[in-house]
Design a protein around this ligand. Structure first.
Ligand code: NAP
Length: 316
């Protein structure tokens, strides 16, 4: 099968290429997914899990990309809840070969049914951003109606989901980002916008929750804005500063089948809008990993052509 592989940690992006790889086999509790669309996170080549297995042994050549939408073609022994021919979407394990490929072996528990009216391109854009926003806001941040939230990077993949989910929960949302992101952040539901390059973040005053996906100096300054009893939720590692009288939490998103189904239902209802920036093919995935110009929104790699699904997105 065709797949994008990385082989040399020191070479990083320079070593990324389209290659032939053996067809994956379904281990216990796995299914084989014929991949229609795949999503990746641009920082993946810096993650240890891209290069090693859970025992810290080298696992190269490895296939990056962990978000998937596709069709189940085979079931491993002991697999429950999915059947051959079923449309699915979800997350491949960080430490296993990923989804920038024609097929992947994925634990069934990491997949949920993809409703027939949600196309594969949309399905592949949702798992990481949707689950991260949901878990960060409600499980780790314990957000309640009436609270105020800073959604950093509100025009980005995760930030746009944070903004929409927080608004729907009845929170007041202050989005942040670059000057060019203002309109997009407001369209996703932010009630205020802070241009981090030109406005003063501190002018926002105190908030109940900060969702930090930038870190560094912005993370430290954000910690000081958390009100007593509030929470700083970071998805970019442990915060360098903690709120004086609040919590600081950092976490890594986990797959959860009921939450994936909840996200798909919100998309079908029109309550959640995905944030797809670029759609391209597997042949062009290496270039998509290192775009020459700034892109906002999620890049989705359409591995199989759209007539094999119900896609409507256009190719870049
Ligand atoms: N822990 C987890 O489970 C988890 C899950 C998902 C994502 N993440 C991490 O979260 C981060 C964001 O992911 P994403 O997919 O949402 O990325 P993204 O789509 O690139 O969104 C990030 C947004 O924040 C903006 N931004 C970043 N630094 C900024 C700064 N200093 N000032 C103003 N705007 C800034 C970016 O603009 P520019 O492009 O112009 O910088 C972009 O619009 C990544 O580091 C990713 O690895 C972690």
């Amino acid at each position: 099968m065709k797949a994008i592989v990385v082989t040399d940690r020191d070479a990083g992006m320079a070593g990324m290429k389209l290659a032939e790889r053996p067809q994956p086999k379904a281990a216990i509790n796995d299914v084989i997914v014929q991949i229609h669309a795949s999503g990746f996170v641009p920082t993946e080549l810096t993650w240890p899990s891209t290069w090693t297995d859970r025992g810290d042994r080298d696992r190269t050549p490895s296939i990056p990309g962990h978000e998937v939408a596709g069709v189940v073609t085979a079931l491993g022994y002991g697999t429950r809840g999915l059947s051959v021919g079923q449309r699915v979407f979800g997350l491949a394990d960080w430490y296993r070969d990923g989804t920038l490929a024609e097929y992947a072996a994925i634990e069934a528990r990491n997949l949920a049914p993809l409703p027939g009216d949600v196309d594969f391109t949309v399905g592949a854009s949702l798992p990481i951003s949707g689950l991260t926003a949901l878990q960060g806001l409600f499980e780790h941040g314990r957000l309640r109606a009436g609270q105020s939230v800073i959604a950093h990077g509100a025009a980005g993949a995760v930030g746009s989901m944070v903004t929409q989910l927080a608004r729907e929960a009845g929170a007041h949302v202050i989005g942040t980002g670059r000057a060019a992101d203002r309109q997009k952040a407001l369209e996703f539901g932010a009630q205020e916008f802070v241009d981090l390059d030109n406005d003063v973040l501190e002018d926002v005053g105190g908030v109940d929750l900060v969702f930090d996906l930038i870190g560094g100096d912005i993370g430290k300054r954000s910690a000081r804005l958390v009100r007593a009893g509030g929470t700083l939720v970071s998805i970019v590692g442990p915060s360098e500063a903690r709120p004086v009288d609040g919590l600081a939490i950092d976490f890594v998103v986990e797959c959860d089948r009921p939450q994936l189904s909840d996200i798909a239902q919100r998309v079908r209802d029109g309550r959640l809008r995905t944030n797809i920036g670029t759609v391209t093919t597997l042949d062009k995935a290496v270039a998509a990993f290192t775009p020459s110009e700034r892109r906002t929104g999620k890049t989705v790699i359409r591995v199989r052509p759209e007539d094999s699904g119900s896609g409507r997105a256009s190719y870049a």
